[in-house]
Write a protein that binds this ligand. Structure first.
Ligand SMILES: Nc1ncnc2c1ncn2[C@@H]1O[C@H](COP(=O)(O)OP(=O)(O)OP(=O)(O)O)[C@@H](O)[C@H]1O
Ligand SMILES: CC(C)(CO)[C@@H](O)C(=O)[O-]
Ligand code: BAL
Length: 289
């Protein structure tokens, strides 16, 4: 596996592969890798001839300096995991390479960046869109893979790529979970033992929300069902519980007519965890013929 820190190293490598007819796939990460990231790498390997993985803790998507400072960094272990997973090149850009002269030019997706998690973390998605645009431009892949756990991020990246006519396919990968249902996340390592034991309440709440949607309940009732399950866990502080149209993230009035996504965010101590699940409403009864 090649390791590149600047574009002068990365670009000739990718250009050589592309010239030889290889399809180059991309997986972007912020490091502290786990099995969720490995699922993205496996999907990228299946859909590409060469895979580039990036590790970059992007400062412009962090609101609180403390969150950025405490973000886990484990470069040696991460590189060993990428190598073992068959990644062809790891790109670890420096802050100066990503933001020469400091952050100035940004990519905005106003319809998606201020809602849901964007309301809880102002500025976060502008930073994500900007970093992803730069990583896509740096590598020039035929396709890139993102986790459904960060559902709003995936929707935002799809929209940005469509709106900016970027020649890349965006693929979603289902959320990888621990045996007790907790979605794998780099942030889980920051949970106390008691909060770690409490955190699977998010998954149970999503299952309750999905059951409500599948019974034909209104979106507000599914949101209420999720909120009640989270409230039953004293260590969890609910940040948001939403039932939205899965394709557009628009609010749903009354009973959903098509696939929805249930989105949950809750704090366990200082740690904000998110999770999501899609759900299909029951098909309406066929009118008698
Ligand atoms: N459990 C998971 N299953 C599938 N994909 C995941 C999972 N966790 C993260 N990903 C995906 O991995 C990519 C890189 O995410 P990132 O490096 O921020 O990891 P993370 O564990 O989500 O970290 P954080 O704690 O900041 O949320 C994103 O596309 C993200 O959606
Ligand atoms: C997509 C991403 C790499 C942008 O910094 C980050 O938000 C992440 O790891 O999910
Ligand atoms: N996985 C999303 C990155 C973040 O929370 O900043």
């Amino acid at each position: 596996m090649k390791i590149a820190r600047d574009l002068d190293t990365l670009r000739p490598l990718v250009a050589g592969w592309t010239a030889a007819g290889a399809r180059v796939g991309l997986v972007t990460t912020m490091g502290a890798l786990h099995e969720g990231h490995m699922a993205l790498i496996r999907a990228a390997r299946e859909g590409s001839d060469r895979v580039v993985a990036t590790i970059f803790v992007n400062p412009t998507q962090f609101g609180e300096a403390a969150d950025l400072a405490s973000y886990p960094r484990r470069e040696d272990a991460d590189l060993a995991m990428l190598r073992a997973a068959g990644v062809d090149a790891a790109w670890l850009p420096t802050i100066d390479h990503m933001y020469p002269g400091g952050p100035d030019t940004f990519v905005a997706v106003p319809s998606l960046e201020g809602i849901l998690m964007g309301a809880t973390r102002p500025g976060h998605f502008r930073g994500v869109a900007t970093a992803v645009a730069k990583l896509l431009n740096g590598v020039g892949p035929h396709a890139a893979w993102f986790g459904e756990k960060d559902f709003q991020q995936l929707a935002l990246v799809r929209k940005m790529v469509r709106d900016l006519l970027m020649p890349v396919a965006i693929h979603g990968v289902p959320t990888v979970r621990e045996g007790d249902g907790l979605a794998l996340s780099s942030r889980n390592a920051r949970l106390s033992a008691a909060d770690r034991a409490a955190a699977p309440v998010l998954h149970r709440a999503l299952l309750a929300g999905r059951a409500a949607v599948e019974r034909g309940a209104a979106a507000a009732a599914a949101e209420g069902a999720m909120a009640r399950v989270v409230a039953s866990e004293p260590r969890a502080a609910l940040a948001s519980a939403d039932c939205r149209d899965a394709a557009t993230l628009a609010p749903v009035d009354g009973r959903p007519a098509s696939e929805v996504v249930l989105l949950l965010a809750a704090r366990f101590g200082e740690v904000l965890l998110i999770d999501q699940m899609t759900a299909e409403p029951p098909t309406p009864e066929e009118p008698p013929s």
